[in-house]
Design a protein around this ligand. Structure first.
Ligand code: SF4
Ligand code: MG
Length: 324
């Protein structure tokens, strides 16, 4: 297995108390595989990814327990210097907002080239040639000319392609993309997502795709892990989830995807708000919002039940949900 997160717990200490952002997350991704991690903001999906990358704001963030095995090594046991070497070269991250991730006063060629001069000791001339090659790979037209331009001279979609090129530069084994297309309009979203999926296959990378939008992952993900209040509430092969969700929260997310054949109709929205992580509800954390909640849900926290060999659901009533 390329990456395995085991029973990870992360807390944030604030003036008002301790926010339990990640509460026992387990997930794994192999080379050539795409795992989509899904959930509303505050579900812990980005915090888990930041813990994997080693870029958690510490303090106030603190990993209180767990293991993060990357190519068999527990990253949490490595020195910061060793982690820095892994970051960029062996795992890379793509963020939602390319404009604030790119340096505004350096041409994109210089920024891409730096990956090769700094990490690979290449000459500036060779690094520039590599930059053009990468821009071609992510299908930026007229790469030879545009390599001299600055980030603000590119459209949002093109900038996101540059971010992908940066992430790919050193051919990492794992890429984590956190809402990579959220800032783009729908057509461009699909193009960027297709490109990412294509490159992932070609380079046989592991890809973790973090999103709040179940609509964008259907064609690219192999597995989906749905997070709520810092826990995984459903984990399954992508097709199983679309066929029939085994958790009411997943069902709510599915029902809130806009569909072409329902144009004009009001979109379903899960009622209520995600919980305050300083006061996570007792029992099943989703119970205040769940249309299927029973008394037991308020008192007993559901474990991740085995729905099948490759599927789990943290709902006492997963059978009813699956068949309902
Ligand atoms: Fe809803 Fe109960 Fe299942 Fe939680 S355990 S998702 S509250 S039915
Ligand atoms: Mg986020």
């Amino acid at each position: 297995m390329l990456l395995e997160v085991r029973d990870l717990h992360v807390e944030f200490r604030t003036r008002d108390g301790v926010a339990k952002a990640v509460n026992g997350v387990n997930y794994a991704v192999d080379a050539g595989e795409t795992l989509a991690v899904l959930g509303e903001s505050g579900s812990g999906k980005s915090v888990t990814a930041q813990a994997v990358m080693g870029i958690l704001d510490m303090p106030p963030g603190r990993i209180t327990s767990g293991e993060i095995l990357f190519q068999g090594k527990d990253l949490l046991k490595l020195k910061e210097e060793e982690r820095r070497k892994i970051r960029g070269a062996e795992m890379a991250m793509i963020f939602q907002d390319a404009l604030s991730s790119l340096n505004p006063v350096l041409s994109v060629g210089d920024q891409l080239g730096e990956m090769f001069t700094v990490h690979r000791g290449m000459s500036r001339k060779d690094a520039r040639a590599k930059a053009v090659e990468l821009m071609d790979r992510v299908r930026i037209p007229a790469a030879k000319e545009r390599v001299k331009q600055y980030p603000h001279q590119f459209s949002g979609g093109m900038r996101q392609r540059i971010m992908i090129a940066m992430a790919l530069a050193l051919e990492p084994a794992l890429i984590i993309a956190d809402e990579p297309t959220t800032a783009l309009d729908v057509t461009v979203q699909a193009q960027v997502m297709d490109l990412l999926a294509e490159l992932q296959r070609e380079y046989n990378m592991g890809l973790i795709l973090i999103t709040h939008d179940l609509g964008v992952v259907a064609d690219v993900a192999d597995r989906i892990a749905v997070m709520y209040a810092g826990r995984i509430v459903e984990s399954a092969p992508v097709h199983d989830i679309y066929k029939a969700p085994a958790h009411p929260y997943t069902r709510g997310l599915l029902d809130s995807i806009p569909r072409l054949d329902q144009k004009g109709q009001e979109l379903y929205a899960i009622k209520g708000l995600p919980p305050n992580l300083m006061r996570i509800p007792s029992g099943c954390a989703f119970h205040p919002r769940c249309p299927m909640a029973q008394d037991v849900c308020r008192t007993d926290e559901p474990p991740l039940y085995d729905v099948s060999e490759e599927r789990g659901s943290a709902c006492h009533f997963w059978r009813e949900c699956l068949h309902g």
